[in-house]
Design a protein around this ligand. Structure first.
Ligand code: SIN
Ligand code: CO
Length: 400
């Protein structure tokens, strides 16, 4: 997607303008970002998903003064929904893009951002008064109003140590002060972009309030260091360790002197400062699937000849929803293709295609090594054939 095309999704800004002025910097309200957006699933269908084993779902209820907030985690059942009052609760379901193809398709609109930054699409439903309380997220998020209306208020940047309400499994801020002018009613098709660290509070103002949160993840320093160290650690020889052939006799035998600290510092920094290893780890880390049960390996190994014949017959493979692809070029013609936490050496143009937006059709076969590469990706479930029976809504519809 060219960076200098005006995008209706961004209120007419180009991707370059949005990135320069708003991304990770300040909120942006976009009226009519997706004016024709029709919520691709109903509240009942969302509730049905929240009853499925393995789907991450939460119910947030707001009560009176004494026990103001209650959070429960799915899977839920019909009885849960039957007991809920007429107002003041929210149902939140994560990764709906993995289960509902039309929600997955919504992500195409966000391809002006690196795809490997994407976390998931969370969908919420709330009757009037429902919210998750004023809070802060550490992620960039685009809050698209799907149906009904939600009243959003922003409370500015919040420090890491801002007090939160104790005793509940939600990080609701104890204090929330609306910033002047940062108070809007969002209607279907409107969207609010929020960078990390901005306090926000969105309250349903209708019977049918559904909000689609397109979230972008970023590794914390803590996660990065631990994960990179783990990756390196698996490959380091036992013999690579603190060494002091330059040791001088200590004046005080208990003292840790400057030279000792310099030696351990050099060992750590020299080990970490390995660009090739950093690339291999980062690609794997950024394509690690959101849930450990993804992808699901296919039961039968793919015959390369059959795969070629199917593609030549007009079949088109799809990137399995929830699978993550990225690549890093290695010289002029080769690359590492990262798929669902793994790294595969392959031709650069093939990696670019697989990790891009182009359909995975017979044209791929013109590339050397394509069939040999596609078969194992199908076997491990990162690629799949679109469902044959036309029934692509494999979520339950009538649970609630
Ligand atoms: C919601 O959809 O209710 C909340 C989304 C958010 O604030 O992150
Ligand atoms: Co939030």
């Amino acid at each position: 997607m060219p960076a200098n095309t005006s995008l209706p999704l961004l209120g007419g800004l180009t991707a370059a303008q949005f990135l320069a002025d708003y991304w990770q910097k300040r909120p942006l309200l976009i009226r009519g970002a997706l004016p024709d957006f029709v919520t691709p699933l109903s509240p009942d269908e969302l509730a049905g998903l929240a009853c499925e084993e393995g789907v991450e779902a939460r119910l947030v209820e707001e009560h009176g003064r004494d026990a103001p907030w209650r959070v429960t985690h799915g899977p839920f059942d019909e009885a849960t929904f039957a007991r809920l009052p007429e107002r003041d609760w929210s149902l939140l379901v994560q990764a709906v893009d993995h289960y509902v193809p039309a929600v997955n398709a919504l992500l195409e609109a966000f391809h002006f951002l690196p795809r490997w930054r994407l976390d998931d699409v969370m969908v919420s439903y709330a009757p009037p008064g429902g919210s998750v309380g004023p809070h802060v997220d550490q992620y960039d998020v685009f809050l698209l109003q799907g149906s009904g209306s939600r009243h959003w208020q922003l409370g500015g940047l919040v420090a890491d140590d801002a007090p939160i309400i104790a005793g509940i499994d939600l990080r609701i801020l104890e204090r929330f002060e609306v910033q002047p002018g940062e108070d809007w009613l969002l209607e279907p098709g409107d969207m609010l972009y929020l960078p990390p660290g901005i306090a926000h509070h969105g309250v349903s103002r209708s019977e049918d309030c559904m909000t689609f949160s397109v979230g972008f993840r970023a590794l914390s320093a803590d996660e990065s260091i631990t994960s990179f160290a783990d990756y390196l650690g698996e490959q380091l020889p036992e013999s690579r360790r603190y060494a002091d052939p330059d040791l001088a006799a200590p004046l005080h035998p208990g003292e840790i002197d400057d030279a000792a600290l310099a030696r351990i510092r050099a060992l750590i920094l020299d080990t970490l400062d390995d660009p090739a290893q950093l690339t291999q780890w980062f690609g794997r880390a950024m394509t690690q699937p959101k849930y450990p049960d993804h992808p699901v390996a296919s039961e039968h190994a793919t015959e390369v000849d059959t795969l070629v014949a199917e593609l030549q017959d007009g079949a088109v493979l799809e990137r399995t929803p929830g699978s993550r692809f990225a690549y890093r070029g290695d010289g002029e013609t080769r690359a590492t293709l990262f798929v669902d936490g793994d790294g595969i050496d392959c031709p650069l143009d093939l990696a670019r295609w697989l990790a891009g937006d182009e359909p995975l059709d017979a044209r791929l076969l013109e590339r050397p090594e394509a069939a040999r590469l596609l078969a194992p990706l199908l076997d491990r479930g990162s690629l799949s054939w679109p469902s044959q029976d036309g029934d692509d809504d494999d979520y339950r519809e009538d649970e609630a």
